[in-house]
Design a protein around this ligand. Sequence first.
Ligand code: ADP
Length: 502
Amino acid sequence: MTTLASGVKTFGNFIDGKWIPASSGNTSENRNPADNRELLGIFQRSNEPEVNLAVEAAQAAFRKWSRVPAPRRAEILMRTAAILEERKEEFARDMTREMGKVLKETRGDVQEAIDTAYYFAGEGRRMFGLTTPSELPSKFAMCTREPVGVCGMICPWNFPMAIPSWKLFPALVAGNTCVIKPAEITPLSLMNLMGALTQAGLPAGVVNVVTGHAHEVGKVLTEHPLVRAVSFTGSTEVGRIVGVSCSHTFKRCALEMGGKNPMIVLDDANLDLALEGALWGAFGTSGQRCTATSRIIVQKGVYRRFAEELAKRAQLLRIGNGLDENMDIGPVVSRQQMETVLHYVEIGKREGARLACGGDRCDNAGCGHGFFVEPTVFTDVEPKMRIAQEEIFGPVVSLLPCNSLEDAVEIANGGDSGLSSALYTRDVNRALEAIAGLDAGIAYIDAPTIGAEVHLPFGGVKQSGNGHREGGVGALDFYTQWKTVYIDYSDRLQRAQIDRPE
Ligand code: ADP
């Protein structure tokens, strides 16, 4: 790592405990989306040779690391958590400058990594296997969890420390070694996490970071024959490509993809609570969460009141640089993202939805050099409109009227995705009906679609995922494989299914 006269650092890849430049000599700038004039760092734009080096380092480290007793591996996670706690404010500020979300949210992102480290450190003394009776006498049967090998991890930019921690910490406690790629635009937070792991005593080569672009790094990782598992979080389109690529070498592959998450508000709901939840769910992280509330399905009796009040309150949200503690919403992550969001606003207008507020680039003082988009509410949206079907990943929410709970659940389920969902009602029977009826991996009652806790399974159904879960003990199922062990202490040949003792 070198520092320029301007104070801007140039980061290498972190491979086998050393800083390694891209052999191509190419680099990328990391800039602040709240003020694009600010340069945070220069990162390597790597290619196949760096991925190969990293995978080989991980493969070499695997032999030793996989034999370290799990409780010892867990101690490193415990120390990592403590270091992250000490440096939480510094890392949160770096993250706000790197990807824009407001400080209270980036503190939450670092906290999520801390929680994940403590949780999986605990697993170091659990990681339970199975014992079960054998069908034969004097024979013992058990299953133990073994690490899978070198794991490749491909990350998005919206949770630049939390998501890498979801992938790395269960993999590490289980004894795997890792090659991880941050999103092109948020490498700094992953370098901060890597720094904490190294300071905590993680041996060289156990985690390797390769920065760079989708095809030059990500694709190579999914194709590398020594990589045994790939964990990906990102868009459904890319997830499909990653899944196909992994299948050629029969890699395990966990895909965490997009959503079009519905919130249902019934006539009997506590409207103030639902409005507060809608603002947080739709506009927190500028709507750039895979669990963001993007469709609000409101029963007709309260629809008009809810729509008017939501638009009114959305316009009161304070937009600006996330380092300012008074702000509610920061910028979207990049110019490209801003253009995508504004393009969807045009689509919504063309489709005939009513623009109740927002819809434009924000021109507040101090926003001129950033990518700020006004919180946007569309009302009178039809279920088949593109703005009600496609993931926008920005501060845009669609309101759809419904007649009943049944109608609402049908609208909610009418799409390809199924990540998160929410319902506001005071009626416990209707709440339980909805929980059973919603096609989603996550359901909230009287809370918005965002707010996952690290010790519970996280993931979606339909095209939001491919059946795996992050978070909780389910993550260990992905990062371990079963070894089935039979111990025959009868001192004679016993044949299963054939020798059937009376
Ligand atoms: P986002 O819009 O959140 O960046 P993407 O799905 O485009 O979502 O990207 C998520 C991650 O996947 C990024 O790290 C990106 O570089 C990586 N990626 C994109 N295309 C590919 C690919 N074909 N193979 C492997 N990784 C990819």
